[in-house]
Design a protein around this ligand. Structure first.
Ligand code: LLP
Length: 425
């Protein structure tokens, strides 16, 4: 590989042997031959190493790591993490159903999101989740009523918006006043008092999440301080919280970012929390899965032009939306190193949009039929994929040592319109 792992505690499962790229004990050539392309390939060892590193950094404190499953909600990924004792951060009834199907424990599930529907609340209450991360006064009102109808008490944490700039891409900033997320900091105390008086609500925690791909500790600590000051004010009024949840957002290396080591990142937070007798929770998504997966794709055509050269591959923006949506940069490497002249390529897919690119201006030696790997694609890759252009979603393979497991079949075209109906007559 051309770059070092992003933190010393990350496993490096993607290695070159005799010029060819392998994931653990399986060559990507073999994966492509067996399962075709485009195909997401994950490393179980990398995933486990990341979870263990995160968990170990919290050792000695009562804690729960709730994987933000929106990053990658494939059952096999959830299963691997559930076996390690992970909790889960969900944002829909669909995610709850998935996590339960994967063997996750409802008692370790927190439910985030600004738009929980009534039936989703019922589903989560019936399953007995750990907590609802409530994001508005209206949501509290609704949850109180729904829980009352079910003769249950809903465990609640308020997601406060600390109004902190996480210094990341504006589309993935969430903790600023202008964002739709969370409860305004100034309104939080009043809402806690209101919740404490409601018969069908049990106030258990507080949470925040200021954004994603955060590579600096300072904004995170600023948010932590603001949350802690609320926690102390609540305690002074006799409202003792069971847990503090600081969300996710821990950045990874895609290119040249230098996020702090996770242990150092978390140590800073632990120091701020000090001796307060509470359980600590986090909701990492990207940090756990991002660098544990890649997107394997094959070059269909090369178009060498006067202005630009294009490598048209069989993966597209519908498979990996991040470059088109955020102008995100993913490293793109050939699976087999080819001797000979490199050129600058636009790596593009077959979708009919100029925004359909996976990488721009990449210097590579390529021939038609070559395999290339789009790296760091484990998070927000498959989970954000679509069927645009009636493209079946990619297959997914989880490598475990020398074994490659097909954990999701490539979609079949017929299934894409199986729920559709033509007009009668
Ligand atoms: N908790 C909450 C409430 C969240 O909204 C998110 C992510 C997370 C945790 C996990 O954040 P992470 O640890 O993965 O940064 N699609 C974008 C990222 C969107 C993040 C949305 N919320 C991307 O591809 O970069």
């Amino acid at each position: 590989m051309t770059r070092p792992p992003d933190t010393p505690d990350s496993a490096q499962p993607f290695v070159r042997r005799d010029g060819a790229l392998w994931v653990e004990g399986v060559s990507l050539d073999a994966v492509a031959a067996r399962y075709g392309t485009p195909c997401y390939v994950y490393s179980r060892a990398a995933l486990e190493a990341r979870f263990r590193a995160f968990d170990a950094a919290l050792a000695g404190r009562d804690h729960l790591v709730c994987y933000a499953m929106k990053a990658n909600s494939t059952l096999a990924i959830l299963d691997v993490l559930a076996r390690l004792g992970a909790g889960f951060d969900i944002v829909s009834g669909g995610e709850l159903a998935r996590v339960l199907a994967a063997g996750g424990d409802a008692k370790r599930v927190v439910f985030s999101g600004v738009g929980k529907r009534e039936e989703e609340m019922r589903q989560a209450l019936a399953a007995g989740i750990l907590c609802f991360n409530v994001e508005s006064a209206s949501e509290l009102e609704r949850l109180d009523r729904v829980a009352g109808e079910m003769r249950l008490r809903a465990p609640v944490s308020f997601r406060v918006n600390p109004d902190v700039d996480p210094k990341t891409h504006p589309y993935i900033s969430t903790g600023l006043k202008e964002n739709k997320f969370g409860i305004a900091y100034e309104d939080a105390l009043a809402l806690y008092r209101d919740a404490a008086r409601r018969p069908n609500i049990a106030v258990v925690g507080i949470d925040c999440h200021i954004g994603s791909q955060i590579t600096e500790v300072a904004p995170y600590l600023e948010a932590v301080d603001k949350v802690l000051s609320l926690v102390d004010r609540l305690a002074a009024e006799g409202m003792l919280l069971h847990h503090l949840d600081f969300g996710g957002g821990f950045g990874i290396r895609y290119r040249d970012e230098n996020p702090p080591e996770i242990a150092a990142f978390l140590a800073g937070i632990l120091a701020r929390v000090g001796e307060r007798p509470v359980k600590l929770m986090f909701e990492p998504g990207r940090w756990l899965v991002g660098n544990a997966g890649l997107l394997l794709t094959r070059v269909e055509y090369l178009k060498h032009g006067v202005e630009r050269n294009f490598a048209i591959v069989d993966a597209a923006m519908n498979d990996l939306m991040r470059p088109a949506l955020y102008d995100a940069w993913h490293e793109i490497v050939p699976v087999a190193v080819r001797a000979g002249g490199t050129r600058h390529y636009e790596i593009v897919g077959p979708v009919c949009e100029s925004g359909d690119f996976l990488g721009r201006e990449r210097e590579l030696a390529l021939a038609e039929g070559d395999l290339v790997a789009v790296m760091s694609a484990g998070a927000y890759g498959m989970s954000m994929s679509s069927n645009y252009n009636t493209r079946p979603r990619a297959a997914e393979v989880l490598v475990d040592g020398a074994a490659a497991h097909l954990v999701r079949e490539r979609e079949r075209v017929e299934s894409l319109f199986a729920l559709e109906r033509r007009l009668p007559g």
